[in-house]
Design a protein around this ligand. Structure first.
Ligand SMILES: *Cc1c(COP(=O)(O)O)cnc(C)c1O
Length: 375
């Protein structure tokens, strides 16, 4: 039997029924209605990034978010270019790994996962042509100050690539005023679509100057954009159903009240989750000053009866899906605050955590009800 699960993860996320229902239709990849939807999606994404054509262009790319990151890195850096990656978590490290595999010269500045990357960490020396940084480092939930970094990168005459996978649609960001040349995000994070494609908001002047740089055919960003511009079509099979769902998700984001309203809902989810988890004896990995409302890393409880696998499995059986940690030091798990999650769902999660701790024989702080009927 299939059970409905609530996803408290970094993605894929819980989506609305209406987003899933939008997929109950087959459209051909050359269908006029489909092409109009693709064009509408591209325009709406630019608007969400506070930018517009012709200064900025939106390129949709098949695959998960990492595919679009790889598309940008492998397509926009010339053979004699050099990338600097500012790292404070696993997703930053992944950017450096992708660059290395693609034979791109890469330098890294790696700082502790417990603090933000700032412009002071930037060591743009001669030879660096591009700088990459993650907006919300989903490892911990920390938010890096993109505007400040963008200004410094721009002063140094380099190009800025931002992985905004887990923030775009929920954390306001003006792509143009932050001096971003390439911003990457995906369908199944804060826009609350289903997985299957990702997108790039690219500064047009930078993009058109990348002719001949691509190291891949399927991930060639410029060719993908030119294909979309020429006849509105993808070069290779588009994820038609996923795009239908995504368009519905964009309409629902607008109906909710846009980025600000979504941010407010996620912030409330975050507040209720952290307050409830603290009451159950859990501690966050990050100092609250650094913590965003996207996702939170919690330390394992200091109790010999705790095993993450068992904790995860028992929560999963109760319909609540959490996520393993990714921090390099310390044992953590993660709880996401994003997706179609509301206060009542957070209460359900906290009740499930409470009874799971009881089942596992983990001591609750004094005064906490076990949630098990007293009869
Ligand atoms: C989720 C995420 C990714 C990777 O996305 P996939 O869709 O799993 O490929 C990359 N960067 C960040 C910051 C993310 O949160």
């Amino acid at each position: 039997m299939s059970v409905t699960k609530l996803l408290f993860t970094p993605g894929p996320l819980t989506t609305s029924r209406t987003v899933k229902e939008a997929m109950l239709r087959d459209l051909g990849s050359r269908d006029g209605e489909f092409l109009a939807i693709v064009s509408d999606i591209r325009e709406r994404l630019l608007r969400l990034g506070c930018c517009s054509s012709p200064n900025y262009e939106c390129v949709l790319m098949q695959g998960s978010g990492t595919f679009a990151i790889e598309s940008v890195l492998s397509s926009v850096i010339p053979r004699d270019g050099k990338l600097l990656v500012l790292i404070n978590g696993a997703y930053g490290r992944r950017i450096a790994q992708i660059a290395r595999v693609n034979g791109i010269a890469v330098d890294v500045v790696e700082i502790p996962e417990t603090r933000e990357v700032t412009a002071r960490d930037l060591a743009v020396h001669p030879g660096i042509t591009h700088v990459a940084v993650v907006h919300c480092e989903t490892t911990t939930g920390i938010l890096n100050p993109i505007k400040e970094i963008g200004a410094a990168v721009s002063r140094a005459g380099a190009s800025l690539i931002v992985d905004a996978m887990s923030s775009f649609g929920a954390v306001p960001l003006n792509v143009a005023t932050c001096s971003i040349d390439y911003l990457v995000s995906s369908a199944n994070k804060c826009i609350e679509g289903v997985p299957g494609f990702a997108f790039v908001l690219a500064r047009r002047e930078a993009l058109v100057a990348t002719e001949g740089f691509a190291r891949s055919v399927s991930l060639d960003l410029l060719a993908q954009w030119m294909g979309l511009e020429k006849d509105g079509q993808f070069r290779f099979t588009p994820p038609t159903h996923v795009l239908l769902a995504f368009r519905q998700a964009l309409l629902e984001l607008e109906k909710e009240g846009g980025i600000e309203a979504r941010a407010a809902r996620y912030r409330e989810n975050y507040r209720a989750t952290v307050a409830g988890m603290r009451a159950l004896g859990f501690e966050e990995y990050l100092h609250p000053r650094h913590q965003s409302y996207i996702i939170t890393s919690f330390r394992y409880p200091d109790d010999p009866n705790f095993s993450f696998e068992e904790f995860y499995r028992r929560l999963n059986e109760k319909g609540c899906v959490i996520y393993p940690g990714k921090v390099s030091e310390g044992n953590c798990f993660r709880i996401g605050h994003i997706g179609q999650i509301f206060q009542s769902n957070v209460r359900d999660l906290l009740a499930a955590v409470r009874s799971t701790l009881y089942e596992m024989g983990i001591d609750l702080p004094q005064g906490v009800e076990t949630g098990i009927a007293d009869s």
